[in-house]
Ligand binder design. Structure first.
Ligand code: KE4
Length: 426
């Protein structure tokens, strides 16, 4: 038995499903998860000494690859001065100043410890600021696991049904309205039904938890116009797109203004960090300035701030890195499409920025309904074939491939060689 299997057997005795986050259990691909011992650059190394080219990148945080020297040395320096003080620090000020400088349309930031916490807090602020209870989310979009948002959620909460989890009372989700991504008509219909009750629309500006689905031209602009018309706030959940699509995230990439923006992943450089951001008028309604309460023991943790600051400062100083990321992802997507054509594999490959998703369906995928039509069994066979060839992908169809600046042209060639061989046997 290999070491990962031994560890997984032990893990399942003391951790639900043997993991601390469901998707890691490899259930959607029916395999034993690889237990990872270390990661450097674009590579993961597992407990059996196998090396994998990594396209999960810790689900997005590792934009600069694993173990980046500037991030590592910043963390090593920070830990020498203590791990947590429960008091304000200069690094938190520097982090907020840098985010305000890099992200359009925000004046203030509140640090939290995860994307879930960022979205949960932004939702509370939107409700507190508008005095309204209802929210609109999109089927197949995932915004973390807070109760109100576990409705028709994407990612590994795609258990279908309504809400997406046991333990969430109908009474809690009765104000959560669901629309269809890329279908403005479904959003307008909800506003027409409840013209004065909707506090906010929350959207992943690029859906990446149903697989990757880009916004149709005019979709985000249409959400902005509907929110303006009906007095609702537009929340961009940029936990994935933030600092990934562009230094200023989706607001910069698409030129659409959100009222509140949530972040996670990249801003932590691999450490647990989330944030929600907005105008001064909105953010100063958060405790201790205003009536919307939110708090956190480790929020703005100095070591986590050091990691996040190092990664964001690198991005700020190398803004041209996005062209390389997009070029790699585009070449990868084009290579997958041509390999699929050569081997008669029905696959739609979506790509935007450094995000890529192959859907095992012959039709294009521009909505969640299209995405749900994918052959998840074929995805599982594709995943297995790629893993056996040393390429580590998301172990589920409704996720994204993440490219980092550590991925090289030879990595790209190796990936496309593995794709060719795997598609040939699908
Ligand atoms: P966290 O609480 O996992 O830090 O962030 C929640 C979240 C919020 N918003 C978006 C758009 C997200 O993608 C996420 C989390 N993404 C998943 C991957 N689909 C994290 C991986 C996992 O659940 O283990």
């Amino acid at each position: 038995m290999d070491r990962s299997q031994e560890l997984f057997d032990r893990a399942q005795k003391v951790l639900p499903g043997g993991v601390n986050s469901p998707v890691r259990a490899f259930r959607a691909v029916d395999l034993c998860p690889r237990f990872i011992t270390e990661a450097h650059g674009a590579y993961l190394y597992d407990a059996d000494g196998n090396r994998y080219l990594d396209y999960v990148c810790s689900w997005g945080p590792m934009l600069l690859g694993h173990d980046h020297p500037e991030v590592r040395s910043a963390v090593e320096e920070a830990v020498r001065h203590g791990l947590s003080f429960g008091a304000p620090t200069q690094r938190e000020v520097e982090m907020a100043e840098l985010m305000v400088d890099m992200v359009p349309n925000i004046e203030m930031v509140r640090m939290v410890n995860s994307g879930t916490e960022a979205v949960m807090s932004a939702l509370r602020l939107a409700r507190g600021a508008t005095g309204r209870d209802k929210l609109i989310k999109f089927e197949g979009c995932y915004h973390g696991h807070s109760d109100c948002l576990l409705v028709n959620a994407g990612s590994s909460a795609l258990a279908g049904g309504h809400p997406s989890s046991a333990g969430v009372p109908e009474d809690i989700v009765k104000h959560t309205l669901t629309a269809q991504f890329n279908r403005l008509d479904t959003v307008e219909a909800l506003f027409q039904r409840w013209p004065e009750d909707i506090a906010c629309v929350i959207v992943e500006p690029v859906a990446a938890n149903m697989g990757v689905v880009a916004p149709a031209p005019g979709f985000l602009e249409g959400l902005r116009a509907l929110c303006d018309r009906y007095g609702a706030l537009l929340i961009f959940d940029e936990v994935i797109t933030g600092f990934r699509l562009a230094p200023g995230g989706a607001q910069e990439y698409f030129g659409v203004r959100a009222d509140l923006v949530t972040f996670g992943k990249i801003i932590g450089g691999g450490m647990p960090v989330g944030a929600y951001c907005g105008s001064r008028a909105l953010m100063e309604q958060v405790a201790p300035c205003g009536p919307v309460y939110q708090a956190g023991t480790l929020s703005g943790n100095p070591v986590a701030m050091a990691a996040g600051l190092a990664q964001l400062r690198y991005i700020q100083a190398h803004r041209d890195l996005y062209a390389g990321l997009e070029d790699y992802a585009r070449t990868l997507a084009e290579g997958m499409r041509s390999a699929a054509a050569r081997h008669g594999v029905g696959v739609a490959v979506n790509q935007i920025g450094s995000l890529v998703s192959p859907f095992f369906t012959p039709t294009e995928v521009t909505t969640f309904v299209d995405a749900k039509g994918s052959d998840v069994g074929r995805y599982a066979r594709y995943f297995k074939g790629m893993l056996e060839r040393g390429v580590y992908l998301a172990p589920a169809q409704f996720e994204a491939m993440f490219v980092s600046t550590a991925h090289t042209r030879s990595d790209l060639e190796a990936t496309l060689k593995a794709v060719e061989e795997t598609f040939a046997e699908l």
